[in-house]
Design a protein around this ligand. Sequence first.
Ligand code: 26Q
Length: 760
Amino acid sequence: MPERKCIMKLKSRLESLAQNSFALPLIDCSPQQVFELLLILCRNLAYERPAPKGEKKLYYFSAEFLLGKLLSNNLLALGIYDEAKAVLSDLGLELSEIEDFEPEPSLGNGGLGRLAACFLDSIAALGLWGDGVGLNYHYGLFFQRFENHKQGEYPNPWIKPQSWLVETGLSFPVSFGSFTVNAQLKDISIPSAGTGLSNRLHLFDVEEPYPLPLSGIDFDKSDIPHCLTAFLYPDDSDEKGRLLRVYQQYFMVSAGAQLILKELDDKGFSPENLADHVSIQINDTHPSMLIPELIRLMVDRGLSMDSAIEQVRQSCAYTNHAILAEALEKWPLDFIETVAPQLVPIIQELDLRVKKAHPESPPIIDEDELVHMAYLDIHYGHSINGVAALHTDILKHTELAPFYSLYPEKFNNKTNGVSFRRWLEVCNPLLSGFITKRIGEGWKKDTSILTYLEDFVDDKDSLNELLAIKSENKRRLKQEIFRLQGAHLNENSVFDIQIKRFHEYKRQQMNALYVIYKYLEIKEGNLPPRPITVIFGGKAAPAYTMAKHIIHLILCLQSLIENDPAVSPWLQVLMVENYNVSKAELLIPACDISEQISLASKEASGTGNMKLMANGAITLGTMDGANVEIADLVGAENIYTFGKSSPQVIKLYAEESYEPLEFYHRSAIEPLVDFILSPELLAIGDPLALTALWKDLKHKDWFMSLLDLEDYIAAKEKALSDYENREAWAKKMLINIARSGFFSSDRSIAQYNEEIWQLC
Ligand code: 26Q
């Protein structure tokens, strides 16, 4: 417990802030005002902190930083978390109700953006000197609302008069051929616990942002100077949207490159010494134009082309996050000519050099005049990393094989990790207390210590307490879901949770087919040992029709089952509206079974799998991404794996031999797929959407749901039956928690630093 003296000190600071800001005594401030006071206090304290020191500084470039709410994180990092809770309790308030007033900055789509946020947290926690660089999207990822069993998309503004942003007063001109936009620099502090230091997230913005659209998320995409920072990834189903994406990317990297060179100059160094003082991590290919832009600016400042290229090569490193070919960005050279004509001769020169030196290598500019952004990074950076062992292997031997034979020394793996401060300490205080009571506080700084928990694997009291904590977290989720969506969850049921972006390769449709299987079983009178609640959360990209059809099917199933009194006591489907970081913080501690069911070879890593494991959920998954490493760590008896392996799947694609119809005609599968077009579902849903999904599964099924379906059903049934042996299940939970420490982003970042950045 914090000392009373510290509590009083914090309270008196808030008292005077309350007077200054609202001319009110603290006690008379509304909860909203108390939130604002805490925000102002944290923002000022963090901004006053010095940056870590060092010879070399890291710049982490990313088009996404999915920060989530920042108040708890800041309080923790500033060392006033417990004091703040005590002050709030004196005022009759809870931290969680205060946090309700904090809008969530949704500056990311999913895994890649959330990873960037965890990495900033860990870079600061390790005392490393490293800032993030990105864009200040005003509306972030859209707000999802369900209407007529479909996803509706709405703007999601997050910047209020009081926000975490600090205006720096700095700006950089970004020239787009015929016009120039001044990139205003706004900062969010990233303070770290224990070091007294703070890094920053630099977000570039336009001077006059685009006004809030009146309805939906549509806007004038040709009004470039205003809408550069309007939305995260505007709908790119049309050419204007795709062009705007390139404008956004150039805006970010040109301003970022100028910031790097300014800071280098401020320290008294010239661009000739860039690589001694600067490390740059390029998060996927969205910031890849940074390479030619930096080279261009350095040549402008008098460097020879050769030395500019060499300095940039030694500074830049690239992380690949996707195996799907469509996620590897290729832009028409024409687009770049329109957006940043000054970059074209540089890219052409870089391409020419590669064509001369390595005529056998795939070209940066191909015969269709498409610029392959990843190839820029590979040739002109010094490191290429995948995000899980299997993923890096696939990059080396399949996707990027020609480059691996050219530059074997550049390829390396950095298995992803997550911040245990946010994803265990803050989001699951009960489990956090359970751990500390048994092994002390050390795990908060070094998660490998969590293995000490294994000493308690035969301790009945500990196992019972673990089960009780899970139940309590399920009750907390139940309450919140009722408050937010009015739905009633049964906390005595098994909570089976799949939370992630909607994508066919992640196979939410396969989980939906399981729901149909269970529904039909219950209708037949085959009741499960206890009720099952299948929870989904996630958004589909606005232009991704098939993903929206899958959401539609799930919402129709939710409604069908809810209204069927023979089934609803045994089975419930819940689609959580507007899944985001805050919802994840509630769902993850309450999960029993963690669904990680992507088609093997398709999920680069996954990070939700790690968060769920650390919170005592048992993984039901394919041998894909980091699931493979989870399985290695916990052993076969503490995970449920199923499905075809990655080499088997890669072979099926290579031979083009997968035929969904063969699987469809199996007696165990046909009734499940056909149920999509049953009179019951057609009475609820949109026949066109359901038919499109049904046809796709039967005739296309690009991500092979039917291939793994029977195996999946069997594995899930086994997990559900094992769940009934509560003590054995609690042991599995304990072992999963105890062995999750490897997946801390502190470990990932330490490896990035040792093997790529070498900051100190
Ligand atoms: C590319 C080209 C054109 C338009 C959009 C894009 C695009 C946008 C977003 C490509 C990729 C993304 C996001 C990818 C992503 O989130 N990948 C996830 O990264 C996580 C962190 O490494 C992994 O854990 C996940 O497995 C991976 O899916």
